[in-house]
Every structure is written in C-alpha cells, then in structure tokens.
Design a protein. Structure first.
Lengths: 289, 305, 250
C-alpha cells in the first residue's frame, strides 16, 4: 500500500447516558489505501458509528475524539460543519442501507442528482444533466432518461440503491463509505449492485469502506477486513484469510452461520467472553496495521 | 421475596430484571419521572400547578377576605398593604377573588379534560379500528363539529342550554373533542396493522379486547400530551365565555368574568383586569410547560429538537 | 396437516388489483418442516397471512388438520392448532405490555388454567429464566424478544407453527440460537413448521422440503437434498442458489 487516503488513530465516540459515559467506539485505528476495506460486526459493535464519526455525522450529545483523523494531509477531526460539508460528498461520500430514506420522496430523481452534482462541482445545468445521465449509465441503468424523470417511489429497491451510488459518485470522491448498502436488497439484485461498486472503485482508484454484518459477503468482496466487537477492532485480516481467522469471536461468527454445503444438526452458538471487550487480537499484515 | 440484593431503592426501581409485577410497574413510572424531571421548565410548570391545586383546596384559609363582601367606600384601590392586589369596582379584594376563582378554573379545566378526550378517544379509535362505513359516519360527524369555530359553537350551545358554569363546561367539552378524535384515529390507523395486533388476533382476541387492551394504551399517551397542551386554550375559552357573560354568573369570581368586569376601568384602574389576566397567563403557561415535559416522557419520538 | 390448493391472494380492486399469490398449491405433512423461499414481493409471507385469516381477499382451498377454513373468520380450535411467529420482534410485541401480560393474556384467551405455572414453563422452554417475566420489551434484546414471541405462539400448544422470517432481523450469532431453539422445540413438542425465508441456507438448515416462489407463483417444490446437490430443475432456482452462495467477482 502506498500513501493512506484516510488515516484513523484511536477513534472514540462517546455518548453521555444516565449511567455515565457510554463509548460506542473505543479506540479504532486503521489506514485506508486504494482498497476495499470491509468493516464487520454485529449490531451494537460500533461499525456504523465509526463510519458516521469519519464523516462528522455523530449528533450531539455524542462526542468524537481521536489521536489522528486525517484525509490525505488534512485533519478532519471535529471540523466546523461548513468545512465538513465541503468534504462530505466532494471527497468522501456515503451510501446508506435503504435508498428509500436517502432520496427525497417529492423530488424527481434527475433533479436530485443534478442538484447534488452542482452543489459540489458547480457548472451549468446542461453540463450537470449530461453528467447525471452518464452517471446513471455508469451504474447500468438502461433507460436513464426515463429514470431521471421518475420519483423515488416509482423505482425498485435495487434501482434506488444504484441511483444513490450514482449520486454519491458524481463528484468523484476519493473515498466511498458504504453502510450496509445491500442488506435491504434481494440476493439477485445484490450481486449487480456489488459489481457496479466494484467496477467503479477499481476504475477510479477510490478507497472503499464497506460496512456490513455479513462476514462471508465481505470476505468475498473486500481486500481487507476489520472485525469489530463492542466498539473495538478485535481482528484485522486479509479477506482471503478470513476462514483462518484466529480470534474466537470471528471464528464463532463464521461457525454460527448455517451453510448449504455443510449441513449440521445444530448450529454452533457463540459463547461471548468478557475478555474480548478489552484484549484486541491483531494479526500482522504486510502494510496493514 | 426477591433473591437479588439492591444497593438502594433507586437501583430497585431502575433494575432491568424486575422480580414482581409491582416492581416492574413502579420502575416504569420512575423512569418516566426521571425523564420528566430532567426538563426544568416542565418541573416549573408542575410546581405552579401543584400550587394552584393547593390554593384551590385551601382557598377559604388562604384568602384574606371573603370573595363576595363588598365595601363601596374602598372601591378601586390600587395594590397595597391592605389589599395586596387591589380591589375591584365593588370594593372586593381581588386577591381573595382570584384564590377562590382557582376552584372554578380547576373545575372547568378538570371536567373538560376528562370529558373531551374520552369522547375523542372512543370515537377516534372505533372509527380507525372498524374502518368502512363506521369510520365514514363517525369522521363526517367529527368534520361537522370541526367546521365551526370552537368559541362560536360553544356560544351557540350555551345560548341554547342557558348561561351558567355547568353549561359552559359542557359546551366546551362538546366542542373540544373533535381534534382528539382525529388524533386517536390517526394513531389507531398506524397501530391497527402492527404485528402485535395481528399476533393478538391470532390468539383469538376479539375487537373489544384489541381496542381497549391494545390500542387505547398506545393512544392515551399522545392524547394526554395533547390535552395538557390544549389546557391553556380551554382556560382561555372558559375565560372568553365568562368575559361574554355566558359562563360563570356574577358574583362568582371566575377569572374571565373578572376581566370583563375590569374592562370598563382598564385605562385608569389597570389592575382590576390585569390581575386575573396575569393569573390566566401563568396557569396557561404552566399547562403548556407541563405538556412539553409529558411529551418527553410519553411520546419519545416527538420530543427534542 | 396443511393443504393449500389453488390459492390466489390479491390486494385492492380492479384496475389497481395486485395479484400477490397465483394458483399456489402445496401440502405439508404432520411433523414436517416446510420452507417457502423467495425474494421480496414473491408472495411468500402473504400465503401465511391468508392461512391465518389476516388477509381475507383470497380464493382456493386451505385445509388445516382436515378442517377447511374460509375468509377471515377462524374459530378457537384453529387458534389452538395454528400459531405464527412474526419477522420483526421489535414490531410484534406490544411496547407497553410486559412479558407477563403478553403471556397471561394469551393463556387466558386460550382458556388455559394454572397460568402462573404455565408462564414459568413457557419461559423455561424458550430459554428465558423467570427473571424475564416482568420485563417490558424495551428491556429485552432482539433475540430475547423473539424468544418471547415464540413463547406466545407456543402458549396455545399448537400443532402447526408458521414462521415468517423469524431470524432475518437478528444478528447471525443470535440467529443460530433461535434456530437451535426452534429445532429443539419441534423435536420436543412434535410441531409442524412452515417457514418463510429469503435465506436459502436458513431454510436448508431448518426444513425438509421447500417451495421456491417468484412473482406470486410457486416455481418448484423440492427436497432440501435436491437443493444441496444441484437438483433444482428451474433456472430461477439455480440462479437463486448461485446468488446466495455469495459474491463472485466478475
């Protein structure tokens, strides 16, 4: 890996509660190069919060601290909202789980893409429109003219997610953060959406952070995987080595999945141990952590 | 009886694993109280309302004079040592009248707050739950009531029934229920298709059980919030009726009627109208603040921001 | 145990009528575990809702334990025979009813006696101790909620349990616990399952036979053995199996 696009050191997200401060993310560190980085964990592991913290989307009273959070040479830790907004979309984009909640329901899709593009790149309306059509074609929408004129409720979930990706990629960001981009989609559509993301990331040399609960999917799609548990990274692995994972949590997750090719009477149940909360196991990776 | 030791009563209440039905229920109430207490303004409203209730209960003891005794030699005195809030055009002590008037205000507010939401809850949930023509009929009736300005409709009722505090309350209650019916219906429509209703149906629960046991508990909280926020309006409407001479009849110390009495002297003797006005303002504000706090507790999704 | 013949289910009226299920037929034998697989909108959950009478716009024959059912009305015997577990444990429990209230109400409706004893036994059956009896849903995790929902379904001591994606809202480790629980309960109580899922691996683990649905039609019915050993006869099924195997970089 050459230079890191994004460098995160000891990231923490803290929420005050009645019982005292609750740390949703407890000291996460990683460097992102031009690669597909998977972040895997169960609900409550802090994986989504990590993505939101990078983008400055943690709402008060939540607090984000880090020893280092740099995008290229620039520190983006707790930037004022104005500057953050310039970075969000322009340099880092995010794709959310359900396109239904990310698209404005009363605005035509074309107008939304054009507006998003002009907000970040400026330029005339016609140029933006051309760019929007190109983007829709890039995400393999066959009839972009028609889709431009449609409202979000008139398209399917898979199409909506592709439109979101088109919108997020329009300003040519350096990093794309995808938070469970395919969990709301059917399996057959999922493959298509992943293919599109894969192609775009490869062609443009973007860094991708792919947040998901689906260990197998991440292993197949990404280059490197961070496994999170209770707000910490417990293990970092090259994706191809996932099935040789050493941390008992990772192994437990893998074993608890039913598999068509390995029928079992009973599924292995994950026995959680308190020590996992505090002792992260780091696997040495060339160029990794 | 419990096999777990708790550090304090607070821990006992806040535990995630209550041992008895009573502990669970008290715990839920205590959680609500903590949320409510965190809202300083709501606490302020609650304190004012408690003071109002105490004032109403002990009115004869607190009031320095009789609210009815006239002293024409002492009329229209400004606030001073003898009459803290001054006297009115018949020489009656304004503070004593305000203190006794709090009973009337509480009576009006309490009765309306009891009748209107109950009618609204019943009509709204039945309409929303039954659907079809029942819904159509009930909601059109609601629309008819909503088509008239509230105070005008109340005026018409009072005019038909005769002036007096009882009729005023009745008129206010009859005109106040339609918004609650709408609210309850909207809530019911979202709850009606929830999985937990389907699950209860599959246990063989009949429509009455679903309505009372499952739908009402979820509608009531938003209704309570709404009622608390509407209270100010009800007090004002009651005062309005009093002001127009259609509510409490003289010499009853109803706050609205007191403003009406003071209206003639408002330029030279401002306190006669201003003092009851201030009382109405403070109580209305208190109810609004209380309603905000209740929303934090009962309707978490609508709270904050 | 369950026979469905020529089932059509629709929503709305012409011209906006949507046919959610078209001419679906299948039988489930006593003690069997049958899977309904398909993507969203394929009509798999709709079939369950028609069986339980939550939807009344259907035609065809549905027979449960030899008794034909019609329209929306179901009698008490039906509720004692058939129960359902819903997909989202966050939506299927009343937010203001404690576990105790949920279970005792269910038991009363089923006309059971010894309610205290039964609640303890039910909670034990689903792997929750008696410490959970007085909790409210917000004091439970997703997996615990689903256990409560399963306990509620078992309260009537049914013969046939309809499972509508019982684990799709849960984490994989919790899914394993719930699937194991369902396996144990079936063995203990001799239950018959009809399980709806979009996850072929889950159905493969839980069921003996399955029907693959697409666009409201049953594409094919096969055994899990056929599913595992490339015995699918329809292109769509093969495509589905390939897609669920994961992502192959093209």
């Amino acid at each position: 890996m050459t230079t890191a696009l994004l460098s995160v050191q000891n990231l923490r997200v803290t929420f005050p509660t009645r019982q005292g401060a609750f740390q949703a993310v407890r000291g996460v560190s990683f460097d992102l190069g031009r690669e597909r980085l998977g972040v895997v964990g169960e609900s409550g592991s802090g994986k989504s919060m990590t993505g939101r913290a990078i983008l400055g989307l943690v709402r008060p009273p939540g607090r984000v601290t880090a020893d280092r959070l740099t995008l290229g040479d620039q520190s983006i830790l707790n930037l004022p909202e104005r500057q953050m907004r310039a970075i969000r979309g322009n340099r880092i984009s995010m794709v959310m789980q359900d396109p239904k909640f990310s698209l404005n329901p009363v605005m035509r899709i074309g107008d939304q893409i054009i507006e998003a593009y002009r907000l970040h790149a400026g330029g005339g309306r016609d140029a933006a429109r051309q760019k929007a059509l190109d983007m829709l074609r890039a995400v393999q929408i066959r009839d972009p003219e028609r889709v431009m004129g449609a409202y979000p409720h008139e398209v399917s979930g898979g199409m909506g997610q592709r439109i979101m990706i088109a919108m997020m990629l329009a300003p040519d960001p350096e990093i794309l953060i995808a938070d469970e981009p395919t969990s709301a989609l059917d399996v057959s559509v999922r493959t298509e959406v992943l293919n599109i993301m894969d192609g775009l990331v490869r062609d443009r040399g973007m860094g991708l952070i792919f947040i998901s609960h689906d260990l197998n999917l991440v292993a197949q799609f990404c280059d490197r995987v961070l496994i999170m548990y209770a707000g910490r990274v417990v293990e970092t692995l090259a994706a191809k080595d996932l099935h040789n994972a050493r941390h008992p949590y990772t192994q437990g997750l893998l074993n608890s999945l039913p598999r068509l090719d390995h029928p079992v009477e009973r599924l292995a149940v994950l026995q959680r141990q308190d020590s996992w909360r505090d002792v992260p196991l780091q696997t040495d990776l060339p160029g990794g952590l | 009886m419990s096999d777990v030791q708790y550090q304090s009563r607070r821990d006992w209440l806040l535990t995630d694993a209550p041992q008895t039905r009573r502990q669970a229920r008290l715990g839920a109430i205590y959680q609500g109280w903590l949320t409510f207490r965190a809202n300083k303004l709501a606490m302020f409203g609650l304190v004012i309302l408690i003071l109002l209730i105490v004032m109403a209960i002990f009115a004869p003891l607190l009031a320095p004079y009789s609210p009815f005794s006239q002293d024409l030699t002492n009329r229209l005195q400004p606030p001073g040592a003898a009459n803290w809030l001054g006297t009115d055009h018949l020489g009656r002590d304004i503070m004593s009248r305000l203190i006794h008037g709090s009973r009337i205000t509480l009576f009006i507010v309490g009765t309306v707050a009891l009748i209107a939401p109950i009618i609204g809850l019943f009509v709204g949930t039945v309409a929303g739950f039954a659907g079809g023509w029942v819904d159509q009929v009930l909601m059109r009736i609601t629309d008819i009531f909503l088509a008239f300005p509230k105070l005008i409709l109340a005026l018409a009722f009072v005019a038909a029934l005769g002036a007096g505090i009882g009729n005023a309350v009745l008129a206010l209650a009859i005109t106040a229920w339609p918004p609650y019916a709408r609210l309850a219906r909207a809530e019911t429509l979202t709850i009606r298709n929830a999985d937990f209703i389907a699950a209860a149906r599959l246990q063989g629960a009949g429509p009455m059980r679903l309505l009372i046991g499952h739908i009402w508990p979820l509608c009531i909280s938003s209704l309570i919030v709404r009622v608390a926020l509407d209270m100010a309006g009800i007090i004002l409407s009651a005062a309005g009726l009093g002001f127009l001479g259609l509510g409490a009849q003289p010499p009853m110390p109803e706050w609205g009627a007191m403003i009406s009495d003071g209206r003639t002297y408002i330029l030279d003797f401002w306190w006669v109208a201003a003092m009851p006005g201030l009382a109405i303002f403070i109580v209305s504000l208190a109810f609004n603040l209380l309603g905000d706090g209740l929303r934090d507790v009962l309707d978490p999704k609508g709270a904050k921001e | 145990m369950l026979t469905v013949t020529d089932l059509n289910v629709w929503f709305g009226y012409p011209p906006d009528r949507v046919d959610a299920v078209k001419a679906a037929s299948f039988t489930v034998a006593q003690g069997e575990s049958f899977g309904l697989v398909g993507e969203s909108g394929s009509g798999k959950s709709t079939i369950l809702r028609a069986i339980t009478g939550l939807i009344d716009t259907w035609s065809g024959q549905i027979e449960v334990a030899g008794q034909a059912v019609a329209g929306r009305k179901r009698d008490r015997a039906f509720h004692k025979t058939v129960q359902m577990v819903f997909q989202d444990p966050y939506a299927s429990l009343h937010p203001r009813h404690s576990v105790d209230r949920v279970l005792s109400e269910t038991l009363k409706l089923q006309g059971m006696d010894d309610i205290d004893g039964r609640i303890s036994r039910l909670l034990n059956d689903v792997g929750l101790g008696k410490g959970f009896r007085f909790r409210y849903p917000h004091q439970l995790s997703g997996g615990q909620r689903q256990r409560v929902a399963i306990a509620r379904a078992l309260a009537a001591e049914p013969k046939l349990l309809l499972l509508d994606e019982p684990t799709s809202a849960l984490d994989v480790s919790v899914q394993a616990e719930i699937l194991n629980l369902l396996t144990d309960l079936r063995a203990e109580h001799g239950l018959t399952y009809v399980m709806v899922s979009h996850d072929l691996a889950v159905v493969g683990h839980m069921c003996d036979r399955l029907a693959v649905m697409r666009g409201g039609r049953i594409e094919e019915i096969m055994t899990v053995d056929q599913l595992r050993h490339a015995g699918a006869t329809q292109d769509y099924t093969r495509h589905l199996i390939a897609a669920s195997a994961g992502y192959e970089r093209s």
